[in-house]
Design a protein around this ligand. Structure first.
Ligand code: MCN
Ligand code: CUN
Length: 788
């Protein structure tokens, strides 16, 4: 167990102190991109394509330009003059900034209208006359690979079909042989549909170019401001926007969830427009624009799990077709085009595994990596956890029993997984046992047997997942070639108060509080005396940003190590002040004292003052430290989730009776913040499991592009989440902490799906794809009854 080293006033690790940032949020004083108002600022609105696939015959700007206040209509042809009409995606594909001849998905940006205010810009956008020649869109990713399918990306040299790439990991021959020889093999095609993050704040930018200083100031809703600055400099350096002239400020962010990692065409157009016009330009998406552009998931996974007849898993094979839309803009490291999908062997110990994936182009919006996915761990965990339950059902084994039988055991860590990861630590038995005790598993099993005897549908679903978060190490992980590490810079002022800056960027995770707590833990300076700043590329140390639950594993570690550098310097100063040698100085949180004479001591505040006023001769003055942390490995949090549901056979209505989530993220910095992260993440787990999914018709029209018909669960739909934790520290993280923020969204959907399918088991229903809505359940029940 973890016990706090600091007092609640100091507020180091393990204290549930209240979030420092909340006062300004709750008082309506948050400062979001749309709150930025600069003198002379213009407003930009996009004209978007009504078609999923069409040739642009003409764009007539005249009527729009005739409107009083409309200053410009920018088309792809206009940008082409500066070679700015295409941009690289985060995975080295190419994406149109604005099209010159063809639109590739519904709602794609066609041209941009710039006006003196937003209302006029909207009128202007309506007045632009675009003539299209619609073509038959490719919506079904399987059909995209047909021989007679039209080639969607003829602009790409050497591209002969709609196949983007093939990726594989593991030993195919041995895995297939093990499957062929096994007693039992279960198979399933599992689809994780397109969903959308739908954060409260949509994407947006304010770009402000000053022709005199040649500086480009950009306010951006970005999870990764430094990386975006570098990419902008690489893309627009040729027109004079070099990196030292670009300043990106990511102000407060109203939810990112991965949707604020990429560069959207609107950003580039607004920046280009401000550069050309020399005035600030604001572009903010409206709700529908936000809902229809970008996505998460869309993996079709053919899974095969093989085992002995007593339930020992032997081999797992998964072949995936990934629908990437018209360009591959997944925000993934270049060596990992499928993100961390190869964690799909799960929490179980077996020898043979093979995963392969083919990515294809279709006439849909690009995206893929978002929605608390941990770089595709959501997909991986869904595959293995559904399949383990299917195996248990096939063998008529208890799903908990089959898991205990196959778990990697505590003493097997570090564990080399068959697809190449080194799991750092875990005690999976303990986590599942705790969840079973908390929910009252055995009692529910009895109740289920009774209910089944009465013809009632009740299900219990488990998910025991392993996550992988905290990219770097930099040798393996990058974004467009920029190595992944993260950074912290601490300045302790003479009066002992501090300011610390980071290369990450909170979007609601509470970094202003938890980073201060890490520093309080290490230095003994109260967390309330430490200001935390992120997101300004002119002031913060270089970092790769906040996504893939990497902030605690990387920047959190950097904070601890930078603080330790300060502590070392402080020791020398304390020795000088106490007139003893450095070896005689000992540290306890907040103060240095003389070995054997604890009454002779200097507080960290005394030492900070001395660092500016009375430091040892020859020492560099000041009390500051910086650390760039390159992790030796990722961290592997895990969890055991149990969901209990009842299904109404008449209507298909699903009632989630209980949901217990036990997470293990190693040592915890702020238990209340972790609990809040888990609550939010679980709600974002029930969402794709039961409600959300972007739907298309055969023409590629999005059928649910507003919040009227794209159902985002609210507090009303959310069950009462019951949470808890086990603690297995990460052996390589300086604080023993692992990331946690995406675990609940990774773990919840399979637990819910498993519970509903378990409820339907007596009817012979063996699988349903998410979202499992009442309508889907009702139809499955009718079909099952018709067969019976
Ligand atoms: N924490 C802790 N102890 C631990 C681990 C984490 O106290 N052992 C705390 C951290 O200090 C931090 C929070 O929990 O305050 C989340 O930390 P971490 O797991 O490191 O994740 P990140 O800060 O890197 O957050 C990223 C993650 C991602 S990738 C998505 S997507 C997501 C998520 O965070 N988007 C969010 N949670 C979100 N929460 C909000 N409110 N808004 C979003 O957009
Ligand atoms: Cu995959 S969503 Mo988070 O990593 O920003």
């Amino acid at each position: 167990m973890f016990s706090c080293k600091t007092s609640p006033e100091v507020g180091g690790m393990g204290h549930s102190v209240k979030r420092k940032e909340d006062a300004r949020f709750l008082h309506g004083k948050g400062n979001y991109t749309d709150d930025v108002k600069l003198p002379g600022m213009l407003s930009m609105v996009m004209v978007r394509s009504p078609y999923a696939y069409a040739k642009i015959k003409s764009i007539n700007k005249e009527k729009a330009l005739a409107i009083d206040g409309v200053l410009a209509v920018i088309t792809g042809e206009d940008l082409a003059q500066y070679n700015l009409h295409w941009m690289p995606t985060l995975l080295s594909d190419t994406q149109m900034v604005l099209p010159t001849d063809t639109v590739m998905h519904q709602s794609q940006e066609v041209c941009a209208v710039i006006a003196t205010d937003r209302y006029i810009a909207v009128d202007g956008a309506e007045a632009v006359d675009v003539q299209y020649e619609p073509m038959q869109a490719i919506v079904d990713p399987f059909k995209a690979l047909d021989d007679d399918a039209p080639l969607l990306r003829p602009d790409k040299e050497g591209q002969k079909d709609n196949h983007i790439y093939h990726w594989e990991r593991g030993d195919k021959a041995k895995t297939e042989a093990a499957i062929a020889a096994a007693d039992v093999v279960v198979k399933e095609r599992i689809h994780l549909p397109r969903i959308h993050v739908a954060s409260i704040e949509t994407c947006g930018v304010v770009a402000s170019y000053d022709k005199d200083t040649e500086k480009m100031l950009i306010y951006l809703t970005s999870q990764a401001p430094h990386a975006i600055r570098t990419i902008l400099a690489l893309v627009a350096g040729h027109v004079g926007l070099s990196e030292e002239k670009i300043r990106i400020i990511a102000p407060d962010i109203g939810g990112g969830f991965g949707g604020k990692v990429p560069v959207y065409p609107g950003y580039v157009v607004a920046i280009a427009a401000s550069f050309l016009i020399g005035k600030p330009v604001k572009w903010i998406e409206d709700r529908s624009e936000n809902l229809v552009n970008g996505f998460a998931r869309d993996y079709h996974m053919d899974c095969e799990l093989a085992a002995t007849k007593d339930g020992k898993i032997q081999a797992f094979k998964v072949s995936t077709l990934a629908d990437h839309g018209y360009t591959d803009s997944s925000a993934n490291p270049s060596k990992y085009p499928t993100g961390m999908f190869s964690i799909c062997t799960g929490s179980y110990d077996y020898e043979h595994a093979f995963a392969e994936l083919d990515a294809v182009y279709t006439n849909k919006a690009p995206g893929g990596v978002a929605y608390r996915c941990s770089f595709r761990v959501t997909e991986a965990v869904h595959a293995i956890e559904r399949m383990v339950d299917k195996l248990a059902a096939e063998l008529q084994m208890d799903p908990a029993e089959i898991r205990f039988k196959n778990f990697i055991k505590k003493d097997q860590f570090p564990y080399a997984s068959p697809l190449g990861w080194s799991y750092d630590s875990g005690d999976y038995d303990a986590t599942l046992k705790k969840a079973m005790e908390m929910v009252g598993y055995d009692d529910y099993k009895k109740e289920q047997a009774e209910k089944r005897a009465q013809g009632k549908l009740m299900g219990i679903g488990l998910c025991t997942f392993t996550e992988v978060v905290g990219a770097g190490p930099s040798k393996d992980f990058d974004i467009l070639g920029i190595a992944m590490f993260d950074s912290a810079e601490i300045r302790v002022h003479p009066t002992g108060k501090a300011m610390a800056r980071f290369g990450t960027k909170s979007q609601g995770q509470g970094h202003e509080t938890t980073y201060a707590q890490i520093l309080a833990e290490e230095l003994g300076i109260p967390y309330t005396d430490i200001e935390i700043e992120e997101g300004d590329t002119d002031t913060a140390p270089y970092g790769l940003g906040t996504y893939a639950s990497r902030s605690t594993p990387t920047a959190g570690a950097a904070a601890a190590i930078a603080a330790r550098k300060l502590k070392d310097k402080g020791k020398k100063i304390a020795a000088h002040l106490l007139e003893v040698s450095e070896e005689d100085i000992e540290w306890e949180v907040g103060k240095y004292f003389v070995k054997g004479a604890p009454e002779k001591s200097k507080t960290i505040q005394d030492v900070a003052f001395a660092a500016y006023t009375n430091f040892p001769p020859g020492m560099e003055p000041g009390f500051e430290a910086t650390h760039y942390y390159d992790p030796p490995n990722l961290t592997f949090p895990n969890g055991a989730y149990i969901c209990v549901v009842e299904v109404d056979e008449e209507t298909g209505a699903i009632d989630v009776k209980r949901f217990v989530a036990i997470d293990d993220c190693g040592n915890i910095i702020n238990p209340m913040i972790v609990e809040g992260q888990v609550h939010g993440g679980l709600t974002q787990g029930i969402a794709p499991a039961m409600y959300e999914g972007i739907e298309y018709d055969d023409e590629g029209n999005v059928l649910n592009g507003t919040l009227m018909d794209y159902l985002v669960p609210t507090a009303v739909e959310s069950p009462h989440w019951e949470t808890g934790h086990t603690i297995t520290p990460s052996p390589h993280h300086p604080l023993g902490a692992k990331g946690v923020a995406e675990s609940p969204t990774v773990g919840a959907p399979p637990a819910i799906a498993n519970a509903i399918i378990d409820a339907l088991y007596p009817l012979g229903i063996k699988h349903l794809d998410i979202p499992i809505t009442p309508a889907k359940v009702w139809e499955a029940i009718q079909e099952a009854k018709a067969k019976a």
